[in-house]
Design a protein around this ligand. Structure first.
Ligand code: ADP
Ligand code: GLC
Length: 493
């Protein structure tokens, strides 16, 4: 089974959030099960300077008005890559979603390149039978496949966050090389616009998202306008939980920690605490419980609820650390509370991979109060590192944290704290429950140990993805031979 992933992020080269982590782990986990998964990405400078390049496999005089482009064959350790090298679109400073003036055209170019590889294969004769896109940047890939001619690969689209859909004016139809007949409710049209994510969700053979609870929520009232489409496609929609890459997230070997530890040597964890406190400018108080958040600063992450609880946390003797960047208003609000409580509240505004690892190894509670959370990875990393997650009961957070209650403490299944309604007072109550347990060291250690024992590897999820691919009718019937070299992807109305 040959699968080509199509995405816009790949840890450690280009990462904005969890998508980068998943793209680094999932195709490798699928390869470990014997299927040939590869990954197509834009040729960002950070990739071109770090991965091995093995020559080009396709050349385009112009793609989506961005000038000459080519597809390079490359590889990262253990993962074959294809890179869409189009300097006008991708050789620029900034993050993958900056430069709004050509956002639609450059991800359309990526989708076009994917459809080309899906139909023509690469110059070495490798041909994907499945194209598997991720999030809105890959949304037009199923459209180019569906509206193109000739034998076609199967298509899959995974939603990592339905809040980002890639909506652009209908006047771009021709610029994006979409035929007029695609502009219908069954195709790329949504409320009069072109909607990349919606296009993919309508046209892909299978669709999935990153947790079972989120799969239900987006069909009910959490679908950001796409609820009824998803409910209609219910039979092809799956919720498959993300995993943890234990090669990178392992406190026994993590190069970012000053002291390694594991279930057999839990006391060695404590030495990570003063290091983290010193780096963040928190008082090196050995007894204060440390609450932390490692997050993109976005309204859906619910951090306003944490802001409402800062006085409460400080009054109860806790410390609070934030690592995050994003919405300037949320950044300013955290800077202000940090200035109000020097040594007790700290805000690191920015992105720092090493500091994130240190946070999970040093803190007592990781707060994830998201209003919506498709899966969430920080609550998983926290558990493996002995920090106890406190989460809102939504999406993947509901699926991966067993809330503390008299019953779960009794039967030893509790791994964290949960709260329901998204308001500051309800979060405050959950914080109180966490602080009460913190002062009961035996119960605390039990919850901590249970979290460290939790199995969130990628093997099970990789198997679930392979089963989903195998459920597509005719997948094995697709031609595997190399098509003629003069092959062109043509779309005519
Ligand atoms: P999302 O993808 O919505 O941002 P996830 O929980 O799935 O949420 O993934 C977030 C990822 O980004 C995790 O790997 C987390 O450690 C990392 N991360 C978020 N903010 C920062 C930051 N400021 N510094 C370092 N890592 C961060
Ligand atoms: C998204 C979601 C997050 C998920 C990640 C990886 O960015 O917001 O919940 O864990 O993708 O799938």
């Amino acid at each position: 089974m040959n699968i080509l992933f199509v995405a816009s992020e790949l840890f450690p080269y280009v990462k904005v959030g969890g998508l980068g982590d998943v793209m680094a782990a999932l195709p490798r986990a699928i390869r470990a099960q014997g299927a040939d998964a590869r990954l197509l990405l834009p040729a960002y400078p950070a990739l071109l300077s770090s991965v091995g390049i093995h020559g080009e496999t396709a050349v385009f005089p112009d793609l989506m008005g961005g000038g000459p482009a080519r597809i390079l064959r490359a590889d990262a350790p253990g993962l074959p890559l294809y890179l869409l090298d189009q300097p006008a679109f991708f050789h620029r400073p900034g993050g993958p979603y900056d430069h709004p003036q050509d956002l639609a055209r450059r991800f359309a170019a990526l989708c076009w390149a994917a459809a080309h590889l899906g139909r023509a294969g690469d110059s070495a004769g490798w041909q994907p039978s499945i194209l598997h896109g991720h999030d809105w940047p890959a949304g037009l890939m199923p459209a180019y496949v569906a509206y193109g001619d000739g034998p076609r690969p199967a298509t899959v689209l995974t939603i990592h966050n339905i809040a980002f859909q890639g909506r652009f004016p209908a006047s771009m139809l021709e610029d994006l090389r979409l035929p007029n007949r695609s502009f219908t409710p069954e195709g790329v049209e949504f409320q009069g616009d072109i909607n990349f994510l919606k296009a993919g969700l309508s046209l892909a053979d299978r669709i999935s998202t990153v947790s079972p609870t989120y799969a239900r929520e987006i069909q009910a009232d959490g679908g950001h306008g796409l609820e009824s489409l998803l409910a209609k496609r219910n039979g092809t929609l799956r919720g498959i939980l993300n995993g943890v890459d234990h090669g990178i997230w392992n406190p026994a070997k993590d190069p970012h920690l000053v002291s390694h530890y594991d279930l057999k040597h839990p006391s060695r964890r404590a030495a990570n605490r003063p290091d983290f406190q010193a780096r963040l400018g928190l008082h090196e108080d050995p007894d204060a419980p440390i609450f932390a958040t490692v997050s993109r600063l976005d309204v859906l992450k619910g951090l306003d609820l944490v802001l409402e609880n800062v006085d409460h946390l400080v009054a109860r003797g806790a410390q609070l650390a934030l690592l995050g960047q994003g919405d300037p208003l949320i950044e300013t609000a955290f800077r202000q509370v940090a200035a109000r409580y020097p040594g007790r509240v700290a805000a690191f505004i920015g992105y720092d991979e090493a500091l994130a690892h240190k946070a999970f190894a040093a803190c007592d509670v990781i707060l994830v109060p998201s209003r919506q959370e498709p899966c969430g990875l920080t609550q998983l990393y926290a558990q493996g590192y002995g920090a106890i997650p406190l989460v809102r009961r939504t999406g993947g957070l509901a699926d991966t944290v067993v809330g503390v209650s008299p019953e779960t403490l009794e039967n030893g299944t509790a791994t964290g704290f949960q709260f329901g309604e998204a308001n500051g007072w309800v979060l405050g109550e959950a914080i109180n429950r966490a602080l009460d347990l913190f002062h009961d060291p035996i119960a605390w250690r039990q919850v901590q140990r249970r979290g460290m024992m939790a199995e969130f590897g990628w093997e099970g999820p990789a198997r679930a993805y392979i089963e989903m691919y195998a459920s597509i009718p005719g997948i094995l019937a697709l031609p595997q031979s190399h098509p003629p070299s003069n092959f062109r992807l043509t779309i005519d109305d």
